[in-house]
Design a protein around this ligand. Structure first.
Ligand code: AMP
Length: 214
């Protein structure tokens, strides 16, 4: 879905997509649990990350609302004066309150929301979360693997949250369902203060199997 490809009767099946070299990050998209989870320190870490995003002068795009870790990062960012953009499907909007000053974009469904979040963002952060977060994170990683984008991605593994999921990915590589060349280790930090510097350094993995040599 990413990359704006549209196959028509007249267009070639194989397309060329140009992605400019990474520039300073202006807008970050944050995925994260719609629930707070049981560890209050994760909420505090998400809130702190929001404040750091604001202090860095970076816009935040996220799924909307004040609930859970996604709400905590948005609340922290809004409190710090960041431009916060909530992209929310109509069916969820009716049940949500938004952080103060938040710009809300209503979309018809979850797929369009994900596309719009992707389009707005220069980089991605995955906070701890549930299957919605895993779905969003998996999609940007998959499209990165396929060289459909070159946007940095960081897993905010507060309290080691993502360790079991990363072990699952090691299992995929060990079973040869994933290239062993794709190491996510350089995308992971348990420290809120490390997240933005990692993104600014362009945290990503090589896509040697898919991209032409530079
Ligand atoms: P989950 O990790 O399952 O709690 O899902 C959270 C992620 O999926 C967020 O990054 C949102 O973009 C999206 N999402 C799922 N459920 C909701 C919800 N109730 N409110 C807002 N966003 C949600």
């Amino acid at each position: 879905m990413f990359g704006h490809s549209q196959e028509t009767e007249t267009s070639p099946v194989v397309e060329e997509i140009f992605y400019p070299a990474q520039q300073r990050i202006k807008t970050v998209c944050v995925f994260g649990g719609a629930r707070p989870g049981r560890d209050a320190s994760l909420v505090a870490a998400a809130d702190m990350l929001g404040e750091l995003i604001a202090a860095a002068g970076i816009r935040l795009v996220y799924g909307g609302g004040c609930d859970g870790l996604m709400g905590a990062v948005a609340t922290g960012a809004a409190r710090g004066g960041a431009h916060v953009i909530a992209i929310t499907p109509r069916f969820l909007l009716e049940t949500m309150s938004m952080p103060d000053g938040c710009q809300t974009i209503m979309v018809p469904d979850m797929s369009i929301r994900k596309q719009l979040m992707f389009d707005h963002a220069d980089a991605f952060i995955a906070l701890p979360g549930g299957i919605g977060t895993i779905e969003e994170l998996s999609e940007v990683l998959t499209h990165r693997k396929l060289a459909r984008h070159a946007k940095p991605i960081v897993l905010a593994s507060f309290g080691g949250f993502w360790t079991p999921w990363l072990a699952m990915l090691d299992h995929l590589a060990e079973q040869e369902f994933m290239s062993a060349d794709i190491s996510l280790a350089q995308l992971v930090t348990d420290c809120p203060r490390q997240v933005l510097p990692m993104l600014q350094r362009g945290a990503s993995f090589r896509t040697r199997d898919y991209m032409p040599a530079a």
